[in-house]
Design a binder for this molecule. Structure first.
Ligand code: F58
Length: 831
């Protein structure tokens, strides 16, 4: 065993080297058949596709497992400082191809399966992706663990093994209907459960003080219920470097004595019934994006996974004789947003109550062991927990938070004497509208570092969200611009482009992405441009085939592919995109433009709305209605088309993004923290139309103004307009094209004459428009005209697209990891 209490095995075999299965076609076939016959218990001739998938996956996993054991052994030997990434979400995407790429086994497995009469593509398609995240934040965590392994950094990811991940989206009459994501139903070959290493976590109850044997006054927590966390290990392979890190996801099950009161009363059936409560904790991912709901179960999930993770790290990962005062030399816990912030009082509780450490010493250690990443600027997205709820669920933690706050406020009063307002504004405890804990403040007070996820975002974080804190501790604040893994989002998603790149600049760019710069001169090479266009065309053919087979959608051929994929949220402004489509449609049907003069475009949307987010769901409905109308209007002649495949996920992104010509990144300036889809598109040779927001700013700086279609208000201009009083109807009244587009929607032209169906959207645009869609409309339309002009010149377009690829190497998540290591973690890659 490499993890958990070890048995004193004395046999020489226990120490021997771990032997990987042979990396040959025959070797794989043997493993595969072994898994099929003895794992699945079927003969090849009788096996289903699912049997074949599970057996192939397990066979591939054996190769990773050999490397994982070796990685573990080395880590125990060196005791290198590690990163523990704490995240409530990991949006992993499919595992099979990534494991093949990491082990270099793609050809071997393809041939081996073929020898058994099996098409690897059929096996691939059988995998259901683990959708254990909502969007950007969850996908970022998945990119980061990939990069850490690929860069040979000692790291462990901790999270929750939701039984149901992000819901499966379907459309019924154009409206979103959610279905449960039953991703575990057909088996999950990538995880290894370790019930013997379970961790017990308490909830509720009370605290009491007592005097210990040395006469010291202490506090202890007496929970009134408890839950067992079972770790499930996922292997996180580095890219062909032999390292395999761990992602440890926890699932909750009841303990025998789950509810201590019922258990003690001896009411057996009541005790068994009460157990379902425990199992609810890891049942489902909350599908909220940007506006977290303060639900009790959500806090239970958060505490559950961080308590399990801290216990796991201290009791199993660290050696038994570890000197706990040296903890900061051995670990840094990176908090992925505020969801895991309850880990801070939990570590304090463990150090002070369980391990008997003095408060001040425990606090000094804790402050070095955490760092916090913020992912938002929207005030409604900053998590707060009512003290009533927190105190009921975690009474000891609330006491600890109060004490942290008392000591912090004393420091504030010393720094800003006589400024009681300052103390109230900075308090971790808010008093209005109800007494609650501001989790971002707690993280900022306790964390060694606080970072935003793009330059602009980090600046606004300092200036607007946490100004008093950044005045008090300027050195605490830093930026790490997000990144994405080139393994999944270039190599796996775009094999044709990858081959073209390798043929042009040689190997080695996949873990040194700045080398894409070497492509720059080829932007001027007509032959390279032609090859580049062929790749794009082939990717479009692949996308057409997928959408036809997946959703029965038939895309027109030879059109510009204009793509907007991301969660549905008003601040991201899918409505601005809709207005553009409606305006083009209006030009055609009103006879203001001849259809031959319109650039053929296919608009593709992909977006899930939080189930409780009414306006977002109305927008989805409108998009589907506009699609239906435009696609079926003979006057349009197929030159404009709108496709909205349901259930956008990582798997679909991998086919969609490489086919895109135009990337829509059109949020209101100052609202999108970073964006990461924007990076994936640029790296795959799409041009961006975007506002000066999030990482768009850095993309534009790198690729150059000529190769980016900028439009819209800047963040300071947004502030200014807000301050002087924004009146959307003024824009409506003064802009004819805009007025016609809104009127057309309002008339019911897309909803079969039903004006009521569009009432909420139209009303909001005209009289509220919190995200200034109307203010940016004209600028957006003009930028789209520049897009059309450039697209009309294929060489000019390809030149820009190639330069986007060549100059986007910065957006590798490997670079982001280097920044975290240098600025926050102070760890280095292993040799
Ligand atoms: C996203 N946040 C940001 N939150 O919106 C995006 O700009 C950024 O690129 C990305 O993080 C990575 O830094 C995000 O995805 C969530 O999904 C939370 C889920 C839980 C409830 C609150 C929102």
């Amino acid at each position: 065993a490499s993890y958990g209490p070890e048995l004193p095995v004395t046999s020489p075999l226990a120490l021997g080297p771990v032997v990987s299965p042979p990396h040959t076609v025959e070797g794989f076939v043997k493993e595969f058949l072994h898994e099929l016959n003895y794992g699945q218990g079927v003969a090849l001739s009788r096996s289903s596709v699912n049997d074949q998938y599970l057996a192939s996956a397990r066979a591939v996993r054996s190769y990773l497992m050999a490397q994982w054991l070796e990685t573990q052994r080395r880590q125990r030997e060196t005791q290198a400082k590690s990163v523990a990434y704490l995240s409530a979400e990991y949006l992993l995407g499919r595992q099979f191809d990534n494991a093949l790429l990491a082990t270099g086994l793609t050809d071997t497995v393809e041939k081996g399966l073929a020898a058994c009469g099996i098409d690897i593509d059929v096996v691939r398609a059988q995998e259901i992706e683990p959708g254990l995240g909502n969007g950007g934040l969850g996908r970022l965590a998945a990119c980061f663990v990939d990069s850490l392994a690929s860069m040979n950094v000692s790291a462990i990811g901790y999270g929750i093994r939701y039984e149901f991940g992000i819901f499966r989206q379907t459309f019924v009459d154009g409206r979103q209907v959610e279905q449960p994501d039953t991703w575990l139903d057909l088996g999950s070959p990538w995880e290894v459960a370790h019930p013997e290493n379970s961790v017990q976590v308490g909830f509720g109850g009370r605290t009491e003080t007592y005097t210990d044997d040395d006469g010291v006054e202490r506090t202890r927590w007496i929970p009134d219920s408890n839950v067992k966390g079972i770790p499930h290990n996922y292997l996180v392979p580095g890219y062909q470097n032999g390292r395999v890190n761990t992602l440890r996801l926890w699932s909750a099950v009841a303990t025998q004595s789950f509810d201590l009161a019922i258990f003690n009363s001896g009411d057996y059936t009541a005790a068994v019934r009460a157990q379902t409560f425990a199992e609810n904790i890891s049942k489902v991912l909350y599908p909220e994006d940007s506006t977290p709901q303060g639900r009790e179960l959500r806090l239970q999930q958060q505490y559950f996974f961080v308590a399990c993770s801290i216990s796991d790290f201290l009791n199993y990962v660290l050696p038994a004789d570890f000197d706990i005062t040296k903890l900061p030399e051995r670990i840094i816990f990176q908090l992925n947003d505020t969801h895991p912030v309850i880990a801070i009082p939990e570590l304090m509780r463990v150090l002070v109550d369980d391990r008997g450490m003095a408060w001040d010493e425990a606090w000094a250690i804790t402050q070095q062991c955490f760092a916090y990443t913020c992912h938002t600027l929207l005030p409604e997205a900053l998590e707060v927990w009512p003290t009533e709820l927190l105190g009921k669920l975690l009474p000891r933690h609330l006491e600890i938070i109060y004490r942290i706050n008392d000591e912090f406020l004393a420091e504030v009063r010393k720094t800003f004497p006589g400024d009681e307002l300052k103390a109230r504004n900075m308090s971790i405890i808010a008093e209005y509208p109800e007494r609650s804990v501001r989790m971002a403040y707690l993280a900022t007070v306790a964390g060694a570092k606080v970072n935003g996820v793009a330059e602009l975002h980090s600046q606004l974080l300092r200036d607007k969200v946490l100004p008093d804190f950044s005045a008090m501790w300027p050195e605490k604040f830093t930026n790490v611009t997000n990144g994405v893994t080139p393994r999944r989002f270039i190599k796996l998603a775009n094999p044709l482009l990858s081959t073209l790149i390798t043929d042009t600049i040689g190997v080695g760019w996949l873990n040194d992405l700045e080398r894409l710069r070497e492509l720059e001169p080829y932007a001027e090479d007509p032959e390279f441009r032609a090859s580049f266009r062929e790749v794009k065309a082939a990717n479009k053919v692949r996308l057409r085939a997928l959408l036809e087979q997946r959703d029965g959608l038939v895309l027109p051929e030879d059109a510009m592919l204009d793509v907007m994929v991301k969660r549905l949220h008003e601040y991201k402004r899918q409505l601005l995109k809709v207005l553009h489509i409606v305006a083009l449609y209006d030009l055609v049907v009103s006879g203001q433009a001849k259809i031959e003069d319109i650039t053929p475009r296919t608009f593709v949307f992909g977006a899930k709305a939080a189930p409780g987010y009414r306006m977002a769901k109305e927008i989805i409905h409108l998009i589907n209605r506009v699609a239906e109308t435009v696609n079926n209007d003979p006057r349009v002649d197929g030159r404009l088309a709108v496709a909205f495949p349901p259930n956008y996920n990582v798997t679909l992104a991998e086919t969609l993004i490489p086919a895109a010509d135009l990337s829509e990144q059109i949020s209101l300036a100052g609202k999108e923290a970073s964006g990461t889809g924007n990076m994936k598109f640029a790296l795959n040779g799409a041009l961006t139309i975007g506002t000066d927001d999030g990482a768009n700013v850095e993309i534009r700086q790198l690729v150059g103004d000529d190769n980016f279609f900028l439009f819209g208000l800047s963040e300071p201009q947004v502030e200014e307009l807000q301050a002087k009083g924004y009146r959307p109807s003024a824009f409506y009244e003064s802009n004819e094209s805009l007025r016609r587009a809104i009127d057309l929607i309002a008339s019911g032209a897309f909803t079969g004459g039903d004006r009521e169906a569009v009432g909420p959207i139209v009303g909001d645009l005209l009289y509220n428009d919190r995200f200034m869609v109307l203010a940016d409309y004209q600028s957006y339309i003009e930028a789209q005209e520049r897009v059309d002009e450039r697209y009309a010149d294929p060489d000019a377009w390809s030149r820009s697209a190639i330069l986007n690829v060549a100059r986007s190497g910065f957006f590798s998540s490997d670079r982001a990891m280097t920044d975290y290591m240098d600025r926050i973690w102070h760890v280095s890659p292993r040799r």
